[in-house]
Design a protein around this ligand. Structure first.
Ligand SMILES: [Mn+2]
Length: 317
């Protein structure tokens, strides 16, 4: 039996399923969780299936909210990890107590990615985990509805920067079109996901004005004081790396943001085919080939070491 059918068989055998994603959930994580939950509910109405974690509250009204489940439910469930590489990176640590775990993911395996024993469909060449889930559902002959189409469209749209980033393929665009045929509403999603309040707009503008250039890299180091006095929480301030895209004709861009412990969250990107993921791996991180994250601690290397390594990176092809 091939991988696809083995995964399907495990899902078909489970009466209760909890779907887990990563910390600081993004559109692909939340879209994968909701999309898969609704796919299973629609195609197997007798199964109990839950999406566990914080999700993206601004989208709950349109796509559905996350589920509150008790410990017993998790312990009696099949865990399905989506958009996350190992159990340790899952937002809700109760995932460790689940009966069995499988996953659908598109993250590169990093040095500190823990081994995952369950059956996995991992494809690092996919722009989004949602793309893998759509192919899985199509292969199963599963029915879709508008909510499913919206949720899975969301994941592909956000991880690909609205179908622009390196790694967006002809297949991605086929699935984008198919989701629209099933009822996805791009404009309605974008109005919510990309709505910016004045605080955020001002912060991103400050980011662009404060960015520095070193060789092939545009970067910005943000201290806790700098985002707090601009009214942003760490979770937001540290994720807006794309505000630095396409400045100064740089090949790569990087955001270093201080957390409450004085560590720095590092986000590395390239829209020009420069693989940044190997650099992330050198600094306690991982992610995708052209979009990766890392962490810097007090006693270790600092941001200049990361910039130095980025400047050694050569483009693919
Ligand atoms: Mn993703």
């Amino acid at each position: 039996m091939d991988l696809h059918h083995e995964l399907l068989e495990i899902i078909e055998k489970a009466d209760s399923i909890c779907i887990f994603g990563h910390c600081l959930p993004d559109g692909d994580c939340y879209g994968s969780q909701i999309g898969l939950r609704e796919l299973i509910r629609l195609n197997y109405p007798k199964k109990k299936v839950y999406a566990v974690g914080t999700g993206i509250p601004a989208l709950f009204e349109m796509l559905g909210s996350m589920d509150q489940v008790d410990d017993q439910t998790v312990a009696n469930s099949l865990a399905i990890l989506v958009d996350v590489s190992c159990l340790r990176r899952v937002e809700d640590p109760r995932v460790f107590t689940a009966k069995e775990a499988i996953k659908f993911d598109h993250h590169c395996i990093a040095l500190d990615t823990e081994p995952f024993d369950g059956l996995s469909w991992v494809d690092e060449d996919r722009i989004a985990a949602c793309e893998i889930l759509i192919d899985f559902a199509l292969g199963n002959g599963w029915k879709f509805n508008k909510t499913i189409a919206n949720a899975l469209f969301l994941g592909m749209a956000t991880d690909s920067g609205r179908f622009r980033f390196h790694g967006t393929t002809a297949h991605t665009l086929e699935l984008q079109q198919l989701m629209q045929e099933y009822g996805a509403e791009p404009q309605k999603l974008y109005d919510i996901v990309y709505a910016e309040d004045d605080t955020t707009r001002a912060y991103k503008e400050w980011m662009r004005q404060s960015a520095k250039v070193d060789g092939k890299v545009t970067y910005l180091v943000v201290s806790r004081r700098q985002y707090e006095e601009r009214g942003l929480p760490y979770e937001k301030a540290s994720e807006y790396v794309n505000a630095l895209a396409d400045l100064n004709d740089s090949k790569m861009f990087a955001l270093f943001c201080e957390d409450e412990y004085g560590y720095y969250r590092v986000e590395l990107r390239s829209n020009h085919g420069y693989p940044v993921q190997p650099v992330a791996k050198m600094f306690r991180g991982g992610g995708h080939r052209y979009a990766a994250g890392a962490e810097l601690r007090h006693d270790g290397p600092n941001y200049l070491d990361v910039i130095y390594q980025l400047n050694q990176v050569e483009p693919d092809e």
